[in-house]
Design a protein around this ligand. Structure first.
Ligand code: KIV
Ligand code: ZN
Length: 513
């Protein structure tokens, strides 16, 4: 079997998705989960893009030990220097540099001739290779590049020191046969091709990202790039969970595999969806809520007689446990702790005390605490320590069909001062958000509000996602609680706290106290 390296770019190309806005702790949690999933390479960001990106790439590179961490850079010295500063303390410093090669990009974006593109690519690879042990070079918009020119650039960057050459279908334009043929052409026409691994990087504009990635593997690619849940620019990137499960399920055909722990897929997908606010469609392959649901009578009958009649992937394979152990209000600390360990949810002793108290409070209201609930709780606990200027102390909302909804809220700020306000609104959420706005003391525009249940059942936990603009900064926030209104308040405060955290405490307007 050929081993295909998995290059995950959830934290770079994925983070470029419209509306996605991850803070440092969230990026770190995703990186740690990607390491658990077993991806070979984590592209943690674009160090030259911002101070925030630089710092998170640096911290992730220092923390992650079992995946190689990389950062993106243009073929510009200052970008490559920033990448080196961010990555040099990692286990295996690796840079990813790119330059567009297609006629459209050369003429309109770069205003460079073919010769100038080759010159810039070669000089950059040489400079990068003088520092980094591993250099990956990408030909942006490769799939719309003249094949003979592409082969020429690829030969030159290999000679200059590139170890991986990536052939992106940047705008998702290629068809599987065309895309696979680019790899075949390069393998046949680039004299030094044996010295590098060829990589596929596909966007999903025409819904062909997975088919194209698989076609590249068939044609000889040894690395595939993508994101969890397929998030990314425009229609997104190839979804790594779909790619890896396709390769596993059709190993008979592709004769290739990855080193991913496929049973970590569901948890990774849930985490990315929760933290980015991008919900997974119910019918999405591999991780969608309905991916394993058999609705029609004929299918149900078939599956009951023999699963494989209509089921080619078992839910267990991707970590959807059918016989998950359930904890409840009578479960003790020992059972709670060992279930977290079994689920690979690492928690410090200090967090454990608070987490167990939270668990008990929730288990008292909810009949059963599923593995999904535990994972959501642990993630929330880890991330809730960040960015806290305002803390929710208590809230009360009155609603009646013929009454004006009214909310009363008490918050505590980081100077330990209590803030209490009340306001009305056309509905409960509006009353609540009007009250919170008064407490905070600045104009807050709500841009998006979404609510989802964690798992099934009437007593499921509520997960709320909001997008808002405060102090001219657009940001998002999440809140988890048993009650939908409390989850809504927590999501709103989480978003406001992020703005304050980024801008410093001085950003807070004087609340109307
Ligand atoms: O899609 C693309 O071309 C990219 C490059 C930066 C590799 O993301
Ligand atoms: Zn891309």
């Amino acid at each position: 079997m050929r081993k295909i390296n998995i290059f995950d770019t959830t934290l770079r190309d994925g983070e470029q998705s419209a509306g996605v806005n991850l803070n440092f702790s969230e990026k770190m949690e995703i990186a740690l989960q990607l390491e658990r999933l077993g991806v070979d390479i984590i592209e943690a960001g674009f160090p030259a893009a911002s101070k925030g990106d630089f710092n998170s790439v640096k911290e992730i590179a220092q923390k992650i030990k079992n995946s190689s961490v990389t950062g993106l850079a243009r073929c510009i010295k200052s970008d490559m220097d920033a990448a080196w500063e961010a990555l040099k303390e990692g286990e295996e410093p690796r840079i990813h540099i790119f330059l567009a090669t297609s006629p459209i990009h050369r003429e309109y974006k770069l205003k460079l001739s073919k010769e100038q593109v080759i010159e810039q690519a070669v000089q950059s690879v040489k400079y990068a290779a003088s520092r980094f042990p591993i250099v990956q070079w990408s030909a942006e918009d490769a799939s719309r590049t003249e094949l003979d020119f592409l082969a020429q650039v690829v030969e030159e960057v290999i000679k200059a020191g590139a170890r991986i050459v990536n052939i992106p279908d940047t705008v998702g334009y290629g068809t599987p046969l065309e895309y696979g043929n680019i790899f075949r052409y390069l393998i046949e026409n680039v004299p030094s091709i044996d010295k590098v691994n060829l990589s596929a990087h596909c966007h999903d504009d025409l819904g062909m990202a997975i088919a194209n990635s698989l076609a590249a593997v068939e044609a000889g690619a040894r690395q595939v790039e993508g994101t969890i849940n397929g998030i990314g620019e425009r229609a997104g990137n190839a979804a790594l969970e779909e790619f890896s499960v396709a390769l596993h399920t059709r190993a008979d055909y592709y004769n290739a595999n990855t080193r991913l722990k496929l049973n970590e897929i569901k948890r990774t997908s849930d985490m990315v969806s929760k933290l980015t606010g991008i919900t997974v469609p119910a019918n999405k392959a591999v991780v969608g809520r309905n991916a394993f649901a058999h609705e029609s009578g004929i299918h149900q009958d078939g599956v009951l007689k023999e699963k494989t009649t209509y089921e080619i992937i078992s839910p267990d394979l991707v970590g959807i446990a059918s016989n998950a152990m359930v904890l409840g209000k009578h479960s003790g600390r020992h059972a709670f702790k060992s279930r977290l360990e079994e689920l690979n949810l690492t928690v410090s002793e200090e967090d454990m005390n608070h987490l167990f108290t939270l668990f008990k409070e929730l288990a008292d209201k909810k009949k059963e605490m599923t593995d999904e609930d535990l994972a959501a709780l642990v993630l929330e606990e880890k991330l809730s320590k960040d960015d806290r200027f305002f803390d929710l102390i208590s809230m009360q909302i009155t609603y009646g069909t013929n009454q004006v909804p009214t909310a009363t809220v008490s918050l505590r700020d980081c100077d330990n001062e209590m803030i209490q306000e009340a306001a009305t609104g056309a509905g409960s959420i509006e009353a609540l958000y009007n009250t919170l706005e008064r407490c905070i003391g600045g104009k807050v525009n709500l841009l998006d509000y979404r609510i989802q249940s964690v798992g099934a059942g009437r007593d499921a936990l509520a997960q709320v996602y909001v997008k808002l603009r405060y102090q001219d900064v657009e940001t998002s926030g999440r809140g988890l609680a048993q009650d939908v209104l409390e989850a809504s308040a927590r999501a709103y405060l989480n978003a406001v706290n992020r703005v304050i955290f980024v801008g410093g405490k001085d950003q807070v307007l004087q609340p109307s106290r």
